[in-house]
Ligand binder design. Sequence first.
Ligand code: TRP
Length: 334
Amino acid sequence: MTTRVLTGITPSGTPHLGNYVGAIRPAIAASQASEIESFFFLADLHSLIKAQEPERTQRSTLEIAASWLACGLDPDKVWFYRQSDIPETTELMWFLTAIASKGILNRAHAYKAAVDKNREEQLDEDAGISAGLFMYPVLMAADILIFKANRVPVGRDQIQHIEMARDFAQRFNHVYGKAYFPLPEVVIDEQVATLAGLDGRKMSKSYHNTIPLFAPRAELKKLVFSILTDSRAPGEPKSTEGSALFQMYQAFASAEQTAAFAQAFAEGISWGDAKQQLFERIDAELTPLRERYEALMAEPEKIEALLRRRGQQLREQYAIPLLKELRHAVGLRD
Ligand code: TRP
């Protein structure tokens, strides 16, 4: 039997090199393994909880779809779709809501953090907290269970959500007396590289130290040359350890290229030359991606058609028949 692997993508603006190296590239590589059926979806319904800016929501969804396609996701080999194109997901969410225990949701990290913050500020516990934030884990469980996913690769911050999905699935199976849902397993990639940003801290939007994945060549060069280094002069041996520049090179180079770069560090390569080499290495990998991204963004109607087509196929093949079965199971019958 093939294993179903499901990856949720939160649409939040254009990705940076850290997203590419740490999430996009490894996920696409993993999707090419045999014996698995891969599901990748844009969690646009979830994004409504964070931001209520219609134009931005639309724009981010498009940009993220184009980004993943440009990075090599093959929409004929994997299921690539938009969460909101599968309305059965929200219907399943209600069935799960009916059996989910509120106490479990009270303990969700994101909700608890928001409550704690309110307490600290001596506000009402639930001030400014939407019911959507509270229900976030139930919608996420529906995303997973609607396609009976077996494995869900996520970051550590999402482990609790997968445990909740298991809990709701188990409860549903128990209440309605049949194994409707397999219990999804969390997959944590221990190897994931976190890339250092321009200032040496982890590359992250919140630190403003990122290099956008599809930055034009000139901007990419400028940013690479702005990476923080120590003040060692040309000719002085340089340390690869803790060097953001070296680490970034490694993320884009083969083992041999990396060894040669380390050798150059030991031999005192100037920072200017090292940056030039790094720029050329990254640019070589990213140029074809950038070109694909620009071509895709120039024809958004093609992306739209693709997402719709795959969403429709998924509904017909899986979501609609499943909901028919579940409606009957819970007693919504003729
Ligand atoms: N909550 C996930 C995140 O922030 C995104 C997501 C939504 C997701 N639904 C999912 C991930 C279902 C895995 C499975 O990254």
